[in-house]
Design a protein around this ligand. Structure first.
Ligand SMILES: C[C@@]1(CC(=O)O)C2=NC(=C\c3[nH]c(c(CCC(=O)O)c3CC(=O)O)Cc3[nH]c(c(CC(=O)O)c3CCC(=O)O)/C=C3\N/C(=C\2)[C@@H](CCC(=O)O)[C@]3(C)CC(=O)O)/[C@H]1CCC(=O)O
Ligand SMILES: NC(=O)c1ccc[n+]([C@@H]2O[C@H](COP(=O)([O-])OP(=O)(O)OC[C@H]3O[C@@H](n4cnc5c(N)ncnc54)[C@H](O)[C@@H]3O)[C@@H](O)[C@H]2O)c1
Length: 206
C-alpha cells in the first residue's frame, strides 16, 4: 500500500454503520469532507458531530447500496454485518469508488493514525497488522513534535531571507539543516519565536 495525502474538501464521504467505529471514521473525515452516516441506529455522539445522518436499515441488495453511494468520493463500511460490508465493497469496486472496510474483506483504502500540527501531518499505519501500534506511535510523536510548527514557520521565513543573501543553494541547505540541529534555536522557540529569529540572523547571516 502507498500513503497519499488527499484533498477531500467538499467531497462526499458515505459511512455505513452508526456505532463506535462509524463515529471514529466520521470524525476522521468531518468537517473537511461532507460526511453522510447511514445506520439502522445512529449513536448520539455521531449526531452531535453535525454530519448528515440517515437512520435506515440497509439490505445487501446492490441497487439500494448503489443509490446510497451515488456521488461519493469515498465509502466506509463500518456496520457489524460483515456480509453487508463486503457487498458494499463489491459495489464500490464496480464503480471505482475508494473503499475502506472496518470489518470484512479488506478494502483498497486504510485509515491511518494521524499526528497533526498547524503546518504538518504525519500518517502512521501498520497496514492492519496491529491497530494499537499507530495510536501508540502517535502518542510518542505528539510528545516529540512540540515546537515543530514554530520551527516550520521559522525555516520557511528564513529560507526566503537566505535566498536573497546567499546565492549558493547547497550553502543555504546546509545552514537550514544546521539550524534544525541547533539546540539553542529549539530552546528559544519554546518561549520566544522573535528571539529565535534574532539568534539565527546573528549566527548564520553575519
Ligand atoms: C488509526 C485508526 C483510525 C480509525 O479507525 O479511526 C485505526 N484504528 C484506530 C483505533 C482502534 N482500532 C481498534 C481499537 C480498539 C477498540 C475498538 O474496538 O474500537 C481502536 C481504538 C483505540 O485504540 O483507541 C481495534 C481494531 N482496529 C481494526 C480492527 C479490525 C481488525 O483488525 O480486523 C480492530 C478490532 C480487532 C482488535 O481488537 O484487534 C482495524 C483497523 N484499524 C485501523 C485504523 C486500520 C488499520 C490500522 C493500521 O494498523 O494501520 C484498520 C485495518 C481499519 C481501517 O482501515 O480503518 C484508529 C487509531 C486512531 C488513533 O487513536 O490515533
Ligand atoms: N476497523 C476498526 O477500526 C474496527 C475496530 C473495532 C471493531 N471493528 C469492527 O467493526 C464493526 C463495527 O464496530 P462498532 O464497534 O461500531 O459496532 P456497533 O455494534 O457499535 O455498531 C454497528 C452499527 O452497524 C449498524 N448496522 C448493522 N447492520 C446494519 C444494517 N443492515 N443496516 C444499517 N445499519 C446496520 C448498527 O445499527 C450499528 O449502528 C464490528 O464488526 C467490529 O467488530 C472494526
Amino acid at each position: 500500500m502507498i500513503p497519499l495525502i488527499h484533498d477531500l474538501s467538499g467531497k462526499s464521504v458515505t459511512i455505513f454503520g452508526g456505532g463506535r467505529v462509524a463515529f471514529r471514521k466520521a470524525s476522521f473525515f468531518h468537517p473537511e469532507a461532507a460526511v453522510t452516516v447511514i445506520g439502522r441506529s445512529i449513536d448520539e455522539e455521531i449526531i452531535k458531530l453535525g454530519v448528515t445522518c440517515i437512520t435506515k436499515e440497509v439490505c445487501a441488495g446492490r441497487e439500494s447500496i448503489a443509490d446510497f453511494i451515488k456521488g461519493s468520493a469515498l465509502v466506509v463500511a463500518a456496520t457489524s454485518d460483515k456480509k453487508l460490508n463486503n457487498v458494499i465493497g463489491e459495489v464500490c469496486r464496480e464503480r471505482g469508488i475508494p473503499f475502506n472496510n472496518a470489518d470484512g474483506d479488506p478494502g483498497d483504502i486504510m485509515i491511518p493514525s494521524v499526528v497533526r500540527g498547524k503546518n504538518y501531518m504525519i500518517a502512521i499505519s501498520t497496514e492492519g497488522k496491529s491497530p494499537a501500534i499507530p495510536r501508540y506511535i502517535r502518542h510518542l510523536l505528539e510528545k516529540e513534535c512540540r515546537g515543530i510548527d514554530d520551527m516550520i514557520e521559522l525555516q520557511s521565513e528564513f529560507r526566503e531571507t537566505l535566498k536573497n543573501e546567499i546565492p549558493d543553494q547547497d550553502e543555504r541547505n546546509r545552514i537550514l539543516r544546521e539550524i534544525l540541529e541547533d539546540e539553542t534555536v529549539w530552546g528559544h522557540l519554546e518561549t520566544d519565536k522573535r528571539a529565535a529569529v534574532e539568534y539565527i540572523t546573528r549566527k548564520y547571516l553575519r
